[in-house]
Design a protein around this ligand. Structure first.
Ligand SMILES: Cc1cc2nc3c(=O)[nH]c(=O)nc-3n(C[C@H](O)[C@H](O)[C@H](O)COP(=O)(O)OP(=O)(O)OC[C@H]3O[C@@H](n4cnc5c(N)ncnc54)[C@H](O)[C@@H]3O)c2cc1C
Length: 447
């Protein structure tokens, strides 16, 4: 069948398997056939979970919760369990995922394979930091337990390794304790880039979670105008009086759906400019108090089903990069100016602060990260290649879970641990049975 990532670009045909039992999965993995890549909810934007003319194994049916210790908050579950399911079961008990991306419709296996980050990376790091162990099915069908003590190299090659070392079967990881389903925080308007950096640094000791929406249509003194959202899980005393009896209960609802593919012209630079102006007008009051449910705070886009259709049939690319601390300001200016020269482009632009790197190929490094959406268009890829060069020159890198078009030489230069990762990959999968469209495009495993 035809498959794509969330960006709907590129599309590739593959044979898809949906095992429900480990024995069925083992038969797929060890079959003498074309190569294979695991897939979760398909929320990676580009070609990480597709495999042109080869095989894909969808793990969503291996989704049993296996054990939970309410004393420690340690949960063991199969890789197909989603963050949404974990929240549904464990938030009422006072626990929340330690790290969550901007959508809850992702599996644990996919999240660990991309070593995802959330709005608290500078405090909590990425998901791997909270994983105690996982079981990995290798190309031979053998299952290896991986942790910091046992098969440690394989642990660090798999977290962030984009499904290329084997199939994550189950993981044991630490949930965080929370006292309510509500986020208590602040919305801070920043009039330009200096303002937003100052606000990130000034508020980081008070707030666990932070992310800024940047208006990329601005220039001059207002270049980088942003709205910074800051928050902590609220204590029950801060929750609205009528919710205080059950502060851990909140049921999110999907509010809308995009019923068809928008035509390409719907998202021109004027609609983007209009969206950003309206968004800033609403949120520009500095220090506005925020008390919202967790779903609106962490997953604002999940309330609109299929929002990826607004970019039209050709799909879109999310470009997410990170710069080291000393280069973040200059890198951002350079990027926003380049987008302005191109005539605009990004509808949703998010800025976050990062802490240290975990896995060998994990994306986060200390610094600031920017995520930009671009509808696929004729001259887009040469432009993104230019952005790559600017990011690379400043010691930064691009996120594999969002990528659909980076060049192999750029990837090699951005990920200096690649040779170490390649030798571990070769030791567990000498015939390169696990491969994806992304892996071949980036030449992750040289022939
Ligand atoms: C709206 C939106 C917001 C997002 N926000 C963020 C964010 O804030 N931070 C962030 O880090 N990411 C973010 N992402 C990206 C997303 O979190 C990652 O791409 C994640 O990997 C998707 O999980 P999935 O289950 O959909 O996996 P897929 O997209 O299906 O697969 C992703 C990768 O994981 C591998 N994989 C999947 N399952 C397994 C398994 N069981 N064993 C081994 N490998 C496996 C695949 O081979 C592939 O390489 C966002 C995506 C969307 C659509």
């Amino acid at each position: 069948m035809k498959l794509a990532g969330w960006g709907r670009y590129p599309v590739a045909g593959a044979q898809v398997y949906r095992p429900e039992k480990l024995a069925e999965l083992a038969a797929v993995v060890t079959a003498d056939s074309t190569n294979l890549i695991p897939r979760g909810c398909g929320r990676a934007y580009g070609d990480a979970a597709i495999n042109d003319h080869n095989r894909v194994v969808d793990l969503q049916r291996l989704n049993r919760m296996l054990a939970f210790d309410p004393e420690t908050g340690v949960l063991r579950c199969e890789a197909g369990v989603t963050i949404a399911e974990i929240i549904e079961v464990f938030l009422p008990r006072g626990f929340f995922p330690p790290v969550t991306p901007g959508t809850k419709f992702v599996t644990l296996g996919g999240s660990l394979a991309a070593d995802v980050h959330g709005k608290s990376h500078h405090r909590d790091s990425s998901l791997a930091r909270h994983v105690l162990s996982f079981d990995l099915m290798l190309a031979s069908g053998e299952v290896r337990r991986c942790s910091r003590e046992e098969n440690a190299d394989l642990f660090w090659a798999t977290a962030g390794g984009m499904g290329m070392t084997g199939v994550i079967l189950q993981t044991e990881f630490q949930l965080s304790r929370v006292e309510s389903a509500w986020i208590d925080g602040e919305v801070v308007g920043a009039k330009n880039l200096d303002d937003v950096f100052e606000a990130f640094e000034r508020t980081e000791k008070d707030y666990h979670y932070s992310a800024a929406w940047i208006d990329c249509t601005t220039s001059g003194a207002s270049l980088g105008r942003s709205v910074l959202h800051l928050g902590n899980f609220a204590p029950p005393s801060a929750v609205a009086a009528k919710r205080r009896a059950n502060p851990l209960v909140f049921h999110p609802r999907t509010k809308a759906a995009v019923p068809f593919d928008f035509p390409g012209f719907a998202l021109n630079s004027w609609t983007i400019r209009g969206f950003n102006a309206v968004y800033n007008a609403i949120h520009s009051t500095t220090g506005k108090h925020l008390l919202v449910d967790y779903d609106s705070f962490f997953y604002p886009l999940d309330s609109i089903h299929n929002w990826n259709r607004i970019y039209g049939k050709r799909g879109f690319v999310q470009y997410q990069c990170v710069w080291p601390p000393a280069e973040s300001r200059a890198g951002l200016i350079e990027t926003i100016e380049a987008i302005a020269r191109r005539g605009g482009g990004s509808f949703l632009t998010v800025l976050k602060k990062f802490g240290p790197q975990e896995g060998m190929l994990s994306f986060p490094i200390p610094g600031y990260t920017l995520a930009l959406d671009f509808p696929v268009a004729d001259a887009l890829f040469p432009f993104l290649n230019q952005l790559d060069e600017m990011v690379l020159k400043r010691g930064g890198r691009v996120y594999l879970a969002k990528d659909a078009r980076m060049r192999p030489e750029t990837f090699r230069a951005m990920y200096p641990n690649l040779p170490q990762w390649q030798s571990i990959k070769a030791s567990v999968d000498p015939n390169n049975r696990f491969s994806s469209s992304l892996a071949r495009r980036l030449n992750m495993v040289p022939a």
